[in-house]
Design a protein around this ligand. Structure first.
Ligand SMILES: C[S@@+](CC[C@H](N)C(=O)[O-])C[C@H]1O[C@@H](n2cnc3c(N)ncnc32)[C@H](O)[C@@H]1O
Length: 188
């Protein structure tokens, strides 16, 4: 499964299907709410978010399965980029002031985020969401969050700071519906 993912993503990074770009808007708008500077970018790809965060003064751990993507982030100031398979990956506890996970269906991390965040830590997630406008054939029905899934995943142990749905262009310019959420850890 992950070998397939690695080959598929590597190919898209290598052949230019996925260009480097800018950080996701919600990351630019809400990252500053973090009270400290330790950040984690899950499935970072080219590191659009990681590079923005590092330039904004964060120390960023950036994780991805693609060696091509990870190689592009080596030796960048304030970024520690690691090639890892996130299937079954366990996040370090009490380690991050900010976690971002964009365009990666990392459901398995939902139950780990609270422990991985430091007190008052900020979590930002954005990904495709089930919507009549979205092509399941193209994205795969299993590569979207269910309706309401993000909101209900963090309704305990977190304060909701922001949520929205918006259309966003895929790499081939096709428009799809995505959902964003920003929550802050409640300390117990
Ligand atoms: C759509 S890209 C998102 C990249 C970046 N987060 C962004 O928003 O631009 C999805 C990323 O997930 C990574 N990925 C897919 N499966 C993975 C796995 N099992 N372990 C680690 N990374 C994985 C891919 O290599 C790819 O970089």
């Amino acid at each position: 499964m992950s070998k397939k993912a690695k080959d598929r993503w590597n190919k898209m990074y290598k052949d230019g299907t996925i260009p480097k770009g800018e950080a996701i808007d919600v990351v630019e708008q809400y990252a500053h709410l973090a009270q400290g500077k330790q950040a984690l970018d899950i499935a970072c790809g080219w590191g659009n978010n990681a590079r923005y965060l590092a330039q904004s003064g964060f120390y960023v751990e950036a994780l991805d399965i693609s060696p091509i993507a990870i190689e592009s982030l080596q030796n960048m100031k304030n970024i520690e980029a690691k090639e890892v398979d996130l299937d079954g990956y366990i996040l370090k506890e009490n380690s991050y002031d900010l976690i971002v996970m964009t365009y990666f269906l990392g459901r398995d991390f939902f139950t780990q985020f609270h422990k991985a965040l430091k007190p008052n830590g900020i979590l930002i997630v954005e990904h495709w969401v089930e919507h009549s406008a979205n092509s399941k054939e193209f994205l795969g029905a299993r590569n979207m969050f269910d309706k309401g899934e993000l909101l209900s995943a963090f309704d305990e142990g977190f304060n909701l700071l922001f949520s929205s749905q918006q259309t966003r262009k895929l790499y081939d310019n096709r428009e799809m519906m995505s959902e964003s959420i920003v929550v802050q850890k409640i300390n117990v």
